[in-house]
Ligand binder design. Structure first.
Ligand code: URA
Length: 442
């Protein structure tokens, strides 16, 4: 078999056989297929797609390219969750403690920030002392003790995805339904949980910009999960507006704490309750409505916050920061952006990807692979889409430890926000729910 012939086939819109896909993944991981040929294949897949059989074979080949984690030494139902990536998305740290409170085990491996999107592991590391790298046994012990642990991806989890992702990142082949589905589901299958909740983001801050594409991606991922014996549900949620008000690592941890104290922003609280409810549903804790009520109760009664504190402590973090979030170090420089024009009206839209980039410029994300994150950098949004504004109002505040970055970030933020004198239509927070063979639109 020759990779040249497989590229030729895909370029001509032909299907690849299972044997060909397995050959391609194995030989790419071993280094026998060079990046330039794999890059050509990725672009052919980007343009000509893959059918369901091809996607599922590729996902399995990628999952089996490294360790398949065996979680059987952890008692009870294990539920995993994955977001396709967004700006201000800190839901994992809210919902994992909620479901753990009800005895559902969360043994989760999370990613770091990617492009304009933030990553849970970076956010967690904003908590002083907290570790996200543990041996497998230590990871299992924490889950058995507290019901929950969130760590970074181990070196040998789906190495095919690691290599392919890095190549896609530099060859403009990220936004492809078969490639995203295989990337996400290979990691989820290898990570070993019984059930998987997928949060598929849609809108200007997401990799999938349209609802149709997001539903199609969700259907493919749900089918892959179910075909591999994992109960899988996907929610399609909004990423046309950042989630919550805070963007940036320690700013987002503070918002997680506010939300678990019952004082979080409405959108973040509502989405978190839906997501946690669906995780509880996957673990057979009741109907979706009953499970959402359970999620609400765990937040209202402070039980979920206690679980977060248990997890932070078990992972070596200083819990005084969770109990007293004002202890988090503040950035040295801040800049309030005001409505300068003589206008009265509404915020019509926000280019959420641009806001994510602005936050990266301030230091909250990496522009190069080895950049060190400034945990206190980021943006607090005082106004969001649909809010009334008038001259002099504070739109948002930028935070950084590098004063020189304020100017560029300010320009990005200003150009990302559009005003209107008409109140814009309300965007739903959740557009659809995808379960095996069913799509429910809201
Ligand atoms: N997240 C992933 O893990 N992979 C993708 O391809 C896109 C988002």
């Amino acid at each position: 078999m020759r990779i040249y012939d497989l590229i030729y086939k895909k370029r001509n819109k032909e299907e690849l056989t299972d044997e060909e896909i397995n050959y391609m993944i194995e030989n790419y991981v071993s280094g026998d297929i060079p990046d330039y040929q794999m890059a050509a294949m990725l672009m052919a897949i980007f343009f000509n797609g893959m059918n369901d059989r091809e996607i599922s074979t590729m996902t399995n080949a990628m999952a089996h390219s490294g360790d398949m984690v065996d979680l059987s030494s952890i008692d009870g139902v294990k539920v995993d969750k994955h977001s396709t990536g967004g700006v201000g998305d800190k839901t994992t740290l809210i919902i994992a403690p909620v479901v753990a409170y009800y005895g559902v085990k969360v043994a989760k491996m999370s990613g770091r920030g990617l492009g304009h999107t933030g990553g849970t592991v970076d956010k967690m590391e904003a908590i002083p002392g907290l570790k996200t790298n543990f041996s497998q046994q230590e990871f299992f012990d924490i889950v058995n003790k507290t019901g929950i642990s969130v760590i970074g991806q181990s070196g040998n989890l789906a190495p095919a995805d690691k290599k392919l992702y890095a190549l896609r990142d530099v060859t403009a082949t990220i936004e492809s339904i078969p490639l995203i589905a295989a990337s996400i589901m290979s990691k989820k299958l290898a990570a070993g949980s019984d059930c998987i909740l997928l949060d598929v983001k849609t809108g200007s801050g997401a990799f999938m910009k349209t609802l149709d594409d997001s539903i199609s991606l969700a259907e493919k991922m749900v089918a892959i999960g179910e075909n591999c014996g994992r109960k899988t549900v996907a929610l399609i949620t909004d990423m046309d507006i950042p989630l919550g008000n805070n963007i940036g690592n320690s700013l987002e941890i503070k918002e997680v704490i506010d939300t678990l104290n019952g004082k979080g922003p409405k959108d973040l609280t509502e989405i978190s309750i839906k997501l946690a409810g669906n995780m509880l549903y996957l673990a057979n804790k009741g109907t979706t409505q009953e499970c959402e009520n359970m999620a609400k109760e765990a937040i209202q009664n402070g039980y979920a916050l206690k679980k977060l504190i248990e997890m932070v402590e078990a992972q070596g973090g200083y819990i005084e920061y969770i109990k007293n979030p004002e202890k988090f170090e503040k950035a040295k420089y801040s800049l309030e952006l005001l409505v300068e024009d003589n206008i009265e009206g509404y915020i019509e839209s926000m280019d959420t990807e641009e806001l994510g980039i602005a936050s990266t410029i301030l230091g909250a994300g990496r522009e190069k692979k080895d950049d060190i994150i400034d945990f206190s950098a980021g943006i607090i949004l005082n106004k969001k889409v649909g809010d009334k504004i008038k001259k002099g109002d504070i739109l948002c505040t930028l935070y950084t430890n590098n004063e020189k970055k304020l100017k560029d970030a300010k320009e990005k933020v200003i150009s990302s926000i559009k005003f209107s004198n008409k109140e814009p239509e309300k965007i739903p927070l959740i557009f659809a729910r995808v379960e095996k063979n069913s799509v429910q639109k809201f």
